[in-house]
Design a binder for this molecule. Structure first.
Ligand SMILES: Nc1ncnc2c1ncn2[C@@H]1O[C@H](COP(=O)(O)OP(=O)(O)OP(=O)(O)O)[C@@H](O)[C@H]1O
Length: 249
């Protein structure tokens, strides 16, 4: 379980622009045994929230609790497995490494053995390209590799940023099953996505962000309400969804 309390994140002015505050007082509990999708327009703070939940970035104010201790705190010695497995960026790979080397390197950094890396490679269906260099991977292959990295060490919480992008239909069906299995085995699964049709099929819960604040949260049925689809509900809850070509801060 991951609990966010009153999270605010401000990026300071590094390039002559005004400071940006993508998150403004976000509170939410991401329960175990649920697939929770984080939704919202471009630039509305989804990736920033995921980074804070994983402890990759610290909030300007507010608090994140992961199964008790704050992210970044060392596991207690008897804690079973890793705390949070994350996949936040398909570009976070060395292009000259093979898929197997990349995963073994990640495993070693987490104190895990090469066999665990190889198991995850098999689990995500990349055995056939394990010895190819990552620079030759398609987007779908990179997504699978990133997901394998998140699964290393069998973590209790799994956080994935837009893992559906670039997956073919076989990949989408595979990921759907994987997320369900992870949640059914008691894990807290958090996924950012723009694919509302898939979210409607597979989410236990959704958290809709708008301009850095929580616009809606609950089960799909609760957020959909009287609307015909989740997409209709989102367009109503976030009026600027309706056909604007402009990205806003
Ligand atoms: N390291 C950073 N430094 C400065 N600004 C940042 C940084 N990271 C994110 N931002 C800004 O924070 C805002 C939210 O970005 P974020 O990536 O969280 O949005 P998002 O909802 O994930 O968007 P998308 O759907 O396009 O992936 C944007 O305005 C972005 O430019």
């Amino acid at each position: 379980m991951i609990t966010a309390t009153d999270l605010t994140c401000t990026f300071r002015n590094l390039s002559g622009r005004h400071p940006v505050t993508p998150l403004r007082g976000v509170s939410h509990t991401f329960p175990d045994s649920h697939v929770t999708y984080v939704l919202g327009l471009n630039g509305t703070g989804k990736s920033t929230l995921l980074r804070l939940l994983c402890g990759v970035r610290r909030p300007t104010s507010g608090r994140v609790l992961v199964d008790g201790p704050a992210p970044g705190a060392p596991d207690s010695p008897d804690a079973p497995g890793r705390v949070t497995g994350m996949f936040l960026d398909t570009t976070a790979v060395h292009p000259g490494h093979t898929g197997r080397r990349h995963l073994r390197w990640l495993a070693a950094a987490s104190g895990l053995d090469a066999a665990e890396a190889d198991r995850r490679l098999t689990q995500v269906g990349l055995d056939a390209v394990a010895t190819d260099t990552v620079s030759g991977y398609s987007l779908g292959m990179l997504q699978r590799l990133g997901i394998a990295g998140a699964l290393l060490g069998d973590p209790r919480n799994v956080v994935l940023d837009e893992p559906l992008n670039g997956l073919d239909i076989a990949g989408v069906l595979w990921l759907r099953r994987l997320l369900r299995d992870l949640a059914d085995s008691g894990r807290c699964v958090i996924v950012a996505s723009h694919h509302l049709a898939e979210v409607e099929k597979t989410a236990d819960s959704v958290l809709l962000l708008e301009a850095g604040r929580v616009a809606a949260s609950g089960t799909v049925a609760e957020v959909r309400g009287e609307h015909a689809s989740l997409e209709d509900a989102v367009v109503t809850l976030v009026p600027r969804s309706a056909g604007s070509a402009e990205v806003r801060r």
